[in-house]
Each structure stands twice: as structure tokens, then as C-alpha cells.
Design a protein around this ligand. Structure first.
Ligand code: MLT
Length: 265
């Protein structure tokens, strides 16, 4: 991994990886990962773009927020601060996967950073059902009693298909195990209290690429296609053979799609 850069926001460190030069692109990670999950994209996008991958509070080197202040809005604030530090003059393309997508929706709503385009990967634009909320509350209980590693056990089977192979699965798991308890509990609070992205969809007037994974059990393709249809002029792509972590399981397909999209802007 590249050296982490640090920005201090409201007295707390926010870390990020930065590579390349050209139009700026911000990568927003999923739960419970960090900027590490963008290892492939940091390499390939950097050839043409200034590529920054943020660590949300409590992940990577970023300091956790107090649990109840850990919200999708606070994560958006951290991402915007890093983007402005790296390049305050040009509009940003934002690529968020899952929780990173929720943060991207929030950035659209907040209008604090000028956005050039959006890539919304393996994410959802509807609020949790009561069963999903219940599952999050159970996960919080499990993390409090068993520790942060419980999340990796619960989530790993949804991240990659069985075809991804042992080595890839082990690496993804090691990334998840890096997250500490404060970060995990903070992000679970952010996920539980996330705002409804639906009203933002009609206000997206920038080029948008929606990427789904064929076998994603967390953000099913049909649901993603339905929200893509509500974003005027958006492009929708389903990656064959990918589960939730499509950028990692099918990195070449993901990167080619993102590069093609960003290059045609
Ligand atoms: C993620 O991958 O970021 C999470 O699974 C999102 C969620 O649980 O809603």
C-alpha cells in the first residue's frame, strides 16, 4: 500500500491514498473496508487521473468519531475535505461502492463539492427493511460481545462468489480484520441512521454510471437497475460473475468500465 496522507478535520486525522495526475477521481470504500480495497483501481486509474481513496472515520488511519456522531453525513464531510485539500479547483468524479455509494448520494444532497460525475457501484437507493435493521442491531450486539472480527465472519460470504478463490478471499478477509471495534460500531451507526437516498435521485444531473454485480446479495442487480432508471441519462452495467465486492473480484471489468466512462466525459 502507498504511504497514507493525512488531513486534520475538526481535530481528527483523516487519511487517504493519492496517486497519479489528471482530472480528479475520489474513491469511497465499502463497510468494513478501507482505502486498501481500491488497490487495483489506484494503480490503473492513476495512469490518467488524480486518484484519491479516502479512509472513512474509524478505518485505515482515520480516527474514529464518537459512535453517535458517526454518520453518513460526517463521512461525506471527511471525503469532501480530502477532495478539497487535493484539488479545490476542479470538479470531482466520485466512485463509491456500497457504503461509499451512500456517501456519494449524501455528497449530491449536500452540494459542498462540485461533482463532475458519479460511479455508483454495488450500492442501494432504498432504506433498510425492518428485517435489515434488525440484522444491523444484532450485528452491533455481536461486535460488542465478540469483537470486531465477528463482522468479517458474517460478511465475507457475501463479498465474493465461491469462484473468487482462496487467496482472494483471504486477502479480502484480512482487509476486513484491520477495522477496529470503534470504527465498526461507528459505521454501523452511520448505516443504521443513513438518510433516504431516493429523493436525491431526481437531482442527479451529472453523468452517472451504475455498476452491479450479477451475484450481489447485498445490492441485488434488479434493485440497482431500478434506481439507475430514475437517474436521468445514467448508464447501467452488470458485471458477470461478481458478488458484492465487484471492484476486487472482477477488477479488470470494473476498471475498464470506469475508465471508459471517465474518458468519455
Ligand atoms: C457495504 O458493503 O458497505 C455494506 O454492506 C453496506 C450495507 O450494509 O448496507
Amino acid at each position: 500500500m502507498d504511504k497514507l496522507h493525512t488531513h486534520v478535520l475538526n481535530g481528527r486525522n483523516v487519511t487517504y491514498q493519492l496517486r497519479g495526475s489528471g482530472p480528479p477521481v475520489l474513491l469511497l470504500h465499502a463497510f468494513p473496508f478501507s482505502s486498501r480495497m481500491w488497490v487495483g483501481q489506484l494503480g490503473s486509474l492513476a495512469m490518467k487521473f488524480t486518484t484519491a481513496a479516502v479512509d472513512f472515520p474509524g478505518f485505515g488511519g482515520s480516527q474514529a468519531l464518537p459512535e453517535k456522531s458517526s454518520t453518513i453525513e460526517a463521512f461525506a464531510e471527511a471525503a469532501e475535505a480530502v477532495a478539497k485539500k487535493v484539488n479545490a479547483n476542479e470538479p470531482w468524479s466520485v466512485c463509491g461502492l456500497s457504503m461509499g455509494g451512500y456517501v456519494a448520494f449524501e455528497m449530491v444532497r449536500r452540494k459542498k463539492l462540485t461533482l463532475r460525475s458519479l460511479v455508483l457501484a454495488n450500492t442501494r437507493a432504498v432504506l433498510d427493511t425492518s428485517a435489515q435493521r434488525e440484522a444491523r442491531l444484532l450485528m452491533i450486539e455481536k461486535v460488542r460481545t465478540e469483537g470486531a472480527a465477528a463482522v468479517a465472519e458474517l460478511m465475507l460470504p457475501k463479498m465474493l462468489t465461491p469462484a473468487a478463490g482462496r487467496a482472494r478471499r483471504d486477502r479480502a478477509k484480512s482487509w476486513m480484520l484491520e477495522a477496529g471495534q470503534a470504527g465498526i460500531l461507528g459505521a454501523l451507526n452511520a448505516l443504521l441512521t443513513r438518510p433516504d437516498p431516493e429523493p436525491a435521485l431526481a437531482h442527479i444531473h451529472i453523468p452517472t454510471l451504475v455498476i452491479a454485480g450479477e451475484h450481489d446479495p447485498i445490492s441485488p442487480p434488479a434493485e440497482m437497475q431500478a434506481f439507475a432508471a430514475k437517474i436521468q441519462g445514467s448508464q447501467y452495467l452488470q458485471i458477470h460473475g461478481a458478488a458484492h465486492l465487484s471492484n476486487y473480484e472482477k477488477a479488470p471489468e470494473f476498471e475498464n468500465a470506469v475508465k471508459r466512462f471517465l474518458t468519455q466525459l
